[in-house]
Design a protein around this ligand. Structure first.
Ligand code: FAD
Length: 499
């Protein structure tokens, strides 16, 4: 409440924030979480009788405060997919910077609400490039296993994979990868695989097999509200304020921090402004959310002693999307699971890992679709712009050419082997590469640079970063397992020494 005090305040309810809340609460500490998005578990159903709409029919529930939807794949067979919608606190934010649109989850559970649930631990030999200052032995012995278990990570049943029509697109992806000599692997996921098989049997309502992804899953996906946050709430020590956005954090008397919070309604209008005091504050607003706050607070004098590393080291995990047009003898299926379960690994050979992604349109498209993670080494910086009072990001779209070149080490070879071509109808007129976006923002408050080696912000005892902002731009695979594992490592040390 306005004017109150809490021992610990956590900004954001994604992976980093949820880990912090659970571990602090289990250590006996009262935690208050502040989340700008909605509590979707308490949201009313929409016109389709469900909380979340299908990916094929985005509506007002789909996007954060936009008046027009912005589907990542904007066109199909020449037809634009997007449409006008009323401005609403929807679940997926397509946040536009000058050179890139950064997709992020909004709501209690953060990115876990919208993502594909692909839960990948980077290969041990790549870890030194992901987090150079962290002891890899500890991560692989303790914190990655702890994160995988807390998140509920599992693998698809390989027999069902071979049988189900919903993964025909993955089997075609495997065939093409292997015929070109690439390593193809199953990818673990937090989706409840037994539930997905039951969807296939027709015994439960469909979610992954019912075209649900990006705008929320109504069933089957183990999102944070079903895992870490459920356990955190069960302690009785964690409270969450949805539709509350933190706008300022500044030192107050007695070593506390004053946190200014804007309460909004689902149309985005401010309904109240509150100030609370907190003994400790965890920034867990995601790479972009945390970086924007810190850069602004440093520049405007609220936290002037933050160091010069704040805002730096941001990367987009080398994300790039592409589609290939198959021959008529290689249909990818008119039904497709929205949850990817496999990938092509050419990281060592060409700096690219490609997930075999669905294109769940409901019709046969003869298209193979891929989201690649590449070893792009470009790094951008967040800076405060006093004229607009906003935070800019220096990423340039041309930098994605490096990612395209790496992804081509896989797909040029497959196209040449199969005698196929790229699709040019998915991202607008004659665009082959989806190089305008990322799903994987990382960095901006990098571990051991903007913070110490456990996330303590330099210059301000009691302020911590505990989310994707700590990771310097690339994880070689999908990032949330690494974000979770690093948060597990850091919070254990912080509880032992700071509380
Ligand atoms: P987030 O999960 O982004 O959580 C931050 C939270 O803070 C959000 O809920 C946000 O609303 C809130 N917030 C922000 N600013 C404020 C503020 N000022 N006040 C209050 N609250 C605030 N990763 C994978 O590993 N596998 C995948 O398959 C995968 N698929 C993806 C698909 C999509 C479409 C997207 C968008 C992402 C995907 N990701 C995937 C990425 C993954 O979801 C993110 O890396 C992860 O969610 C980041 O975790 P985080 O804790 O850093 O922050």
């Amino acid at each position: 409440p306005d004017g109150g005090r809490v021992p610990v305040l956590v900004i954001g309810t994604g992976y980093g924030g949820s880990v912090a809340a659970l571990r602090l609460a289990r250590a006996g500490i009262d935690v208050h979480m502040v989340e700008m998005g909605q509590d979707w578990g308490a949201a009313p159903a929409g016109p389709d009788g469900k909380i979340h709409p299908k990916v094929t029919s985005p509506d007002y529930r789909s996007f954060w405060m936009r008046t027009r939807t912005k589907a990542p794949i904007s066109n199909f067979l020449g037809f634009p997919i997007d449409k006008d919608v009323p401005k609403f606190a929807g679940i997926l934010d397509a946040e536009d910077f000058a050179g890139i649109s950064v997709y992020q989850g909004r709501g209690v559970g953060g990115g876990s609400l919208v993502n594909g649930g692909m839960a990948v631990t980077p290969r041990r030999q790549h870890f030194a490039s992901v987090l150079p200052s962290v002891n890899a032995d500890e991560m692989y012995a303790t914190y990655y296993p702890r994160a995988n278990s807390g998140l509920g990570v599992g693998l698809i049943n390989p027999d069902w994979f071979e049988r189900t029509s919903y993964y025909q697109y993955s089997r075609v992806g495997r065939k093409h990868a292997q015929r070109s000599g690439f390593a193809w692997t199953f990818v673990p996921d937090v989706y409840d695989w037994a539930y997905m098989e039951a969807e296939d049997n027709g015994s439960v309502p469909k979610s992954a097999l019912g075209q649900e992804i990006l705008y929320g899953n109504n069933y089957g996906k183990r999102t944070l509200p079903k895992t870490y946050l459920a356990q955190a709430k069960a302690t009785g020590k964690v409270t969450i304020s949805p539709l509350h956005e933190v706008t300022s954090v500044t030192p107050a008397t007695g070593g506390d921090y004053a946190v200014v919070i804007r309460q909004i309604n689902t149309s985005g209008a401010t309904v109240a402004t509150k100030t609370v005091k907190a003994g400790k504050v965890f920034f867990a607003a995601g790479s972009v959310g945390t970086s924007k706050l810190l850069v602004k607070l440093k520049a405007t004098g609220a936290l002037p002693q933050l160091n010069a590393e704040v805002g730096k080291g941001w990367g987009e995990n080398g994300n790039v999307m592409v589609g290939r047009a198959n021959h008529l003898w290689d249909p990818t299926g008119d039904v497709q699971s929205t949850i990817p379960c496999s990938g092509i690994d050419n990281w060592d050979g060409g700096g690219a890992f490609a997930e075999v992604a669905p294109l769940p349109t409901g019709i046969e498209t003869f298209a193979s679709f891929y989201l690649s993670i590449t070893k792009n080494t470009r790094r951008a910086e967040f800076t405060y712009n006093p004229a607009t009072q906003k935070v800019d990001l220096s990423w340039q779209r041309a930098w994605k050419q490096d990612s395209i070149n790496m992804a081509k080490t896989i797909f040029d070879k497959i196209n040449s082997k199969e005698g196929t071509i790229y699709r040019s109808d998915l991202f607008g007129s004659n665009r082959v590469w989806g190089d305008h976006l990322t799903y994987h923002p990382l960095g901006g408050a990098v571990l051991n640079k903007a913070t110490d080696n456990y996330g303590r912000l330099h210059g301000y005892p009691g302020l911590y970063v505990i989310d994707g902002a700590l990771i310097p731009g690339n994880t070689a695979v999908n990032p949330f397992v690494t974000i979770t594992a690093l948060a597990e490592r850091n919070i254990e040390r912080i509880i032992a020494t700071d509380l």
